[in-house]
Design a protein around this ligand. Structure first.
Ligand SMILES: Nc1ncnc2c1ncn2[C@@H]1O[C@H](COP(=O)(O)OP(=O)(O)O)[C@@H](O)[C@H]1O
Length: 273
C-alpha cells in the first residue's frame, strides 16, 4: 500500500494538468513496483449507476476481509465535511457530472494513506477508475488482479437508482424499488425484491440529491460516454469478468461467488468462524 501511495504522489505532485501525460512521464522513471506476494486481492468493480456495485463489493469485502473503497463515498464524505471543496463538489455531483481526475486521485490517495496507517492490505475499488486517465494512472502504480463488470438492463437501473435510500443515522444502504420486469425476445424477466431497512431506520431514510430521474439519466449518459471505454481497457488486458445480474441478492450472490470461484470460500469461512 505504501508503494502505491508513493507512486500516486509522484503522478500528482507535478504542475502539469494532463494526468495521462503525467502518468506516462512519471512512470518512465518510476522505481520498480512493489507488489508483495502475500498481499490480499486488488479488485475493481465497474458498472452503471444503480447496478449494485456497492452492495456486492461490500459483501465480497466482508468475505475476503479487504477494505471497500468507494470513490462516491469519499466524495460524499468530503461534501458533508463542508470543507473548501464541498461547494464545488456539490454542484458537479448534483448535476450528475464527474469530479475532476485530480480531485478524485487526491481523495483516493488520502484514503489509501489512512488505510496504510491501519495496516490494510488489498482492496476492492468501487467507482474507480471511471475514465481512461484514471485507469492508466492506476495501472501505472499497482497491479489489478480482476475487474468485475456488473450489468443490468437500463430501465431497471433507473428504477433502482430512484428507489435508493440511506439511513441518515447508521449509513446503511437500502432500496425500496420492487422490480418486476417481463422477459422479452427470449430473454428471461427480472424480479428484484426491495431491500427494506430495519424498523429503527425507517423514519431516518434519506435520498441522495443525485438520485432524481433527470440526474440519473445524465449519469447513465456520462457512464456510456466516459466510463464504458474503461471496460474495453480491462477487456483488452484479459482482466474483465462480465456478470449479468440474474435478479436480486438471493439469486445473484451465489452465482457471483460461483463466477469468482469463491463458492467454497464462503462455506469454509463460516465453518471456521
Ligand atoms: N472515479 C470517479 N471519477 C470522477 N467522479 C467520481 C468518481 N467516483 C465518484 N465520482 C463522483 O461521485 C458521484 C457519486 O458516485 P457513486 O456513488 O459511485 O455513484 P453511482 O451511483 O453513479 O455509481 C459521481 O456521480 C461523480 O460525480
Amino acid at each position: 500500500m505504501a508503494a502505491i501511495i508513493r507512486l500516486i504522489n509522484r503522478t500528482t505532485s507535478s504542475s502539469s494538468s494532463s494526468f495521462s501525460y503525467l502518468a506516462r512521464r512519471s512512470f518512465t522513471h518510476a522505481p520498480p513496483r512493489v507488489d508483495p506476494k502475500d498481499r490480499n486481492v486488488q479488485w475493481v468493480f465497474l458498472g452503471c449507476p444503480g447496478v449494485g456495485k456497492g452492495t456486492y463489493a461490500t459483501r465480497l469485502c466482508n468475505l475476503l476481509r479487504v477494505p471497500h473503497i468507494a470513490t462516491g463515498d469519499l466524495v460524499r464524505h468530503e461534501l458533508s465535511s463542508k470543507g473548501p471543496l464541498s461547494q464545488q463538489l456539490s454542484e458537479i455531483v448534483n448535476q450528475g457530472k464527474l469530479v475532476s481526475d485530480e480531485i478524485i486521485i487526491n481523495l483516493l490517495k488520502a484514503r489509501l494513506a489512512a488505510g496504510e496507517a491501519k495496516g490494510e492490505s488489498g482492496f476492492i475499488l468501487d467507482g474507480f477508475p471511471r475514465t481512461i486517465n484514471q485507469a492508466e494512472i492506476l495501472e501505472g502504480v499497482t497491479d489489478i488482479d480482476l475487474v468485475v463488470n456488473l450489468k443490468l438492463d437500463e430501465e431497471i437501473l433507473i428504477e433502482k437508482c430512484l428507489g435508493r435510500r440511506m439511513c441518515s443515522e447508521c449509513g446503511g444502504n437500502f432500496n425500496v424499488a420492487s422490480i418486476n420486469m417481463k422477459g422479452e425476445n427470449g430473454r428471461p424477466g427480472t424480479v428484484m425484491a426491495p431491500l427494506l431497512p430495519p424498523a429503527h431506520c425507517m423514519s431516518k431514510l434519506i435520498t441522495r440529491a443525485d438520485d432524481t430521474e433527470a440526474v440519473v439519466k445524465e449519469r447513465l449518459r456520462i457512464y456510456n460516454e466516459t466510463s464504458r471505454p474503461v471496460e474495453e481497457f480491462y477487456r483488452s488486458r484479459g482482466k474483465l469478468l462480465e456478470f449479468e445480474l440474474p435478479g436480486g441478492i438471493p439469486e445473484s450472490w451465489p452465482k457471483l461467488l460461483h463466477a469468482l470461484n469463491l463458492d467454497d470460500y464462503e462455506e469454509k469461512q463460516s465453518a471456521a468462524a
